[in-house]
Write a protein that binds this ligand. Structure first.
Ligand code: FES
Length: 162
């Protein structure tokens, strides 16, 4: 067993977990943060993406103990109260989902992608960078549109703030 402590969505949390406990299971089962999904458990689908110290990671591919001491943000931590994050708002506006299972992972991956491309994104880059996130129903078109729209909104916001 391992004693772990991390900051999740701005709150310090502790746990006593089996050494083999995956981060995704700690988030879902110990903390009740079920917005992070498990699609494959083998690092293929991206449904489990969260941010660890500001970077997108597949939380089924790391142990909870490895995340101890880190800062984690899940889909539940992205909105500012009732105000959706711009990426969430763009997915809603552009209908970037159908069943919604992949959506939390898509949004967390997209948020990281946009942060790494402050100059903006083009369709080819979005499609290429989404290779680690699988959607079985949308055909990706509206997901890509949503990410491009969010990237534009966020780069305009950054330009205004500068
Ligand atoms: Fe982690 Fe599929 S559940 S990549």
């Amino acid at each position: 067993m391992s004693e772990i402590e991390m900051v999740v969505n701005g709150r310090t949390v502790t746990g006593n977990v089996e050494d083999r406990t995956l981060l995704v299971h700690f988030l879902r089962e110990n903390l009740g943060l079920t917005g992070t999904h498990v699609g494959c458990d083998t690092s293929q689908c991206g449904a489990c993406v969260v941010h660890l110290d500001g970077k997108a990671v597949k939380s089924c591919s790391m142990l909870a103990a490895q995340a101890s001491g880190s800062t984690v943000v899940t889909i539940e931590g992205l909105a500012d109260g009732a105000d959706l994050h711009p990426v969430q708002a763009a997915f809603r506006e552009h209908h970037g989902l159908q069943c919604g299972f992949c959506t939390p992972g898509m949004i967390m991956a997209a948020t990281d992608m946009i942060a790494r491309h402050p100059e903006g994104l083009d369709e080819k880059t979005v499609r290429s960078e989404l290779e680690g996130n699988i959607c079985r129903c949308t055909g990706y078109h509206n997901i890509v549109k949503a990410i491009l729209a969010a990237s534009e909104t966020m780069s305009k916001g950054a330009a205004r703030a500068a």
